[in-house]
Design a protein around this ligand. Sequence first.
Ligand code: NAG
Ligand code: NAG
Ligand code: NAG
Ligand code: NAG
Ligand code: NAG
Ligand code: NAG
Ligand code: NAG
Ligand code: NAG
Ligand code: NAG
Ligand code: NAG
Length: 739
Amino acid sequence: MQLGFVLFFLFIFSLLPSQYGAEVYNITPSHPLAEGQTLVSPGQIFEMGFFSPNSSANKYLGLWHKNISPHKYVWVANRDNPLPATDTLATLRISSNGNLELMDGKQSSVWSANISNCSSAVLFDNGNFVVKDVMGADLWESFNNPSDTLLPSMLMGYNSGSGKRNFLTSWKRENDPSPGIFLIGLSTKFLAQAYIWINGSTPHWRSGPWDKSRFIGNKNLQWKLWNNPCDNYGACGPFGVCKASESPICKCLKGFIPKSNEEWSKRNWTGGCLRRTKLSCETNANESVSSKGKDGFLKLERLKVPDFHEYSGSVALAKSEDCKLLCLSNCSCLAYAHVNNIGCLIWSKDLIDMQQFPSDGEDLYVRLARSELGHLEVIAQGLESTSMIRNHRAGLREYIGKRDPSQLKIYDFDSILIATDNFSITNKLGQGGFGPVYKGMLPEGKEIVVKRLSSCSRQGVEEFKNEMLLISNLQHKNLVRMMGCCVKEDEKLLIYEFMPNKSLDSFLYDPTKRAVLNWATRFNIIQGIARRLIYHHHDSYVKVIHRDLKVSNILLDEKMNPKISDFGLARIVEETQSLENTQKVVGTCGYMSPEYAMGGIFSEKSDVYSFGVLVLEIISGKKNTNFCLYDQQLGFLAYTWKLWNEGKASDLVDEVLDDSYFSSEVMRCVHVGLLCVQDNAADRPTMVDVASILSSEKDGSLPKRPVFTIQNSVYHSGPYYENTNSSKNEASITMIEGR
Ligand SMILES: *[C@@H]1O[C@H](CO)[C@@H](O)[C@H](O)[C@H]1NC(C)=O
Ligand SMILES: *[C@@H]1O[C@H](CO)[C@@H](O)[C@H](O)[C@H]1NC(C)=O
Ligand SMILES: *[C@@H]1O[C@H](CO)[C@@H](O)[C@H](O)[C@H]1NC(C)=O
Ligand SMILES: *[C@@H]1O[C@H](CO)[C@@H](O)[C@H](O)[C@H]1NC(C)=O
Ligand SMILES: *[C@@H]1O[C@H](CO)[C@@H](O)[C@H](O)[C@H]1NC(C)=O
Ligand SMILES: *[C@@H]1O[C@H](CO)[C@@H](O)[C@H](O)[C@H]1NC(C)=O
Ligand SMILES: *[C@@H]1O[C@H](CO)[C@@H](O)[C@H](O)[C@H]1NC(C)=O
Ligand SMILES: *[C@@H]1O[C@H](CO)[C@@H](O)[C@H](O)[C@H]1NC(C)=O
Ligand SMILES: *[C@@H]1O[C@H](CO)[C@@H](O)[C@H](O)[C@H]1NC(C)=O
Ligand SMILES: *[C@@H]1O[C@H](CO)[C@@H](O)[C@H](O)[C@H]1NC(C)=O
């Protein structure tokens, strides 16, 4: 598309002799401007005369910078009524009735200023061509009748006195000054916006409202209007936001879905998006400010705010909070913004033509049903979204929509400082996968655990968000309850309930405490973990793979019920994807399935493998990891299989249990454990199968011998194993492991 809008800046021009023969300084009734003459401004800056653009067949009366070559025409009189180039007798004259007229060689008027009482016309150094009456008063000026160029000191806009609006109209083509399809001008609404229209009415570009010093939707007032496709008016349709740096450029606002998935996937975004969850105020007419509102606001930053703002003068100078309340009090209000120099703007029509800039722009608050927001969003906004969360957002969103995340509390950083004694070393419980873990006590006496994200760890940020999103949305009685979080600048904290009995390994591998774990307790723990995994793998809306199941991540509540912790490594898998390939293998040696440790492929069967290892460890009180790097001959798993196969599985049972166990239960557990650790993921049972076998509803098949021993693979296949020390070191990833 060809556009001819230009903004000129004044330069100091040197005085060069004109290339035209005759220069005149004014036009009077007795001295018309004729072919071969030019009207020149006193400082020799602008010049007016006849021209044929690049030797076209047409001739026009126009105005140009005298000293810019080739000429750049800033104003043209007879744009839609050209003279033939061959007409050498044309004149610009003041007629007997006092009108300013352009006459062709046959003495008929091709253009006029449509005035009377005109006595002279002069050209000023700012490029304004002015017609005066006998008293010297201005009757008409070219600045009020612009062509396609805005000159400094020329005012664009709306004359509330005369009701006249000025527009710039593009040339039709480069060499054709007749009016083109593009029109630029200001809206008449308060807090005017500049628009470019096509064909006089279809918006093509918009500046955003004028804040008395700049157009707020236009970065730095650089009038380079077509930087990117997002500058096309309404590029993403209603409720769509355009971000030029991303691909695809259009996204629906949070809480909105494409109106037509088909068009959207074809990158035709003009249809825009629809609200997914009705606003509470639409269904409940009684919602009021005092009821605190069931709807909330999503904050969008660095935005070219949408079109069709309404200026809320009454709270113009008030605080953002007032603007929010104003919006909340009227169900028609879909968004608000509190803008410096302006005050409160609200929107009640479809939000259209939003663009997100890398910098500048304004904050816009979009009304959403509370269930679309959640506390998470509030926090997540402080964090950059990761590709993982983006990719799985759709699944997750629906999931979050079904939950009430309001149990999640946002803690004040200062109160956490007090609770943890300023993160004192004596309160430190250990080092988690993404930072230190502290114990704390809230003023009301409740004990908490605080995970503190190391501020410099990039990986940590992702894991933080991962865990936060997961845990808060997957609350379950076998999962450590996240009570809330706290974000302040670089500090990102997760707050959990405190597990008084610490982790399973603090019992299992403690020579004195292990006896506390009688068989009934162990069996209960095994079943609890199985239930939890069934929920993750099969019942929950999004499939969650823990990836780092191990004894130290099983915490125990006051009744010794197991709770799984440390979801920093978990991955959400959409139903369609049962296998995921990851470049980074994380997990703990001894618990990783062969396909995962070696190839980075994980599925719920990777968790099944880890579960199998866990079960065998719980039965035996031995650590598979002890076999991990040192046992060259026979791994723990192969050893277990051998015993089971020889009918001596009872030799495996922890000696502290004596004979206080039900042999049949133990046998089922060993059987399950061995089925779970089979080399081939497809041979392993699902967690539902596991539960059936444990409850003796179902018999398991014969397990195959585990041939794979992790030390041989992991140890030698270094390149696959981009592990961190924290995962290798079993203890370091534990959430609560008091030392
Ligand atoms: C005029 O024509 C010349 C030569 O054909 C070309 O270089 C120049 O760009 C043209 N200028 C305009 C304003 O079209
Ligand atoms: C000229 O001015 C008169 C009165 O101001 C108006 O009625 C008429 O439409 C104008 N004609 C043109 C061609 O602008
Ligand atoms: C033109 O001047 C005459 C006499 O001075 C005056 O009566 C008339 O109103 C003027 N017309 C305009 C359009 O200003
Ligand atoms: C503008 O008008 C022309 C001619 O009527 C038409 O071909 C073109 O599609 C229109 N463009 C828009 C954006 O309306
Ligand atoms: C784009 O989608 C809109 C409806 O969303 C439809 O009316 C229009 O025809 C589509 N345009 C193209 C080029 O397919
Ligand atoms: C709305 O509020 C009014 C006054 O508080 C009450 O009388 C009315 O029953 C409420 N309506 C509904 C639908 O809750
Ligand atoms: C709510 O907002 C709409 C749109 O701004 C307005 O027309 C309407 O009068 C407002 N209603 C009330 C009760 O203020
Ligand atoms: C925590 O640190 C702040 C400021 O560093 C200090 O004022 C306060 O006394 C400290 N509190 C404790 C319990 O150490
Ligand atoms: C577990 O914790 C509860 C509460 O602190 C305590 O009463 C109980 O004795 C603990 N159980 C064991 C086995 O330590
Ligand atoms: C592991 O720890 C060692 C010693 O603390 C350190 O030199 C090494 O860089 C660490 N490796 C990774 C991957 O963090």
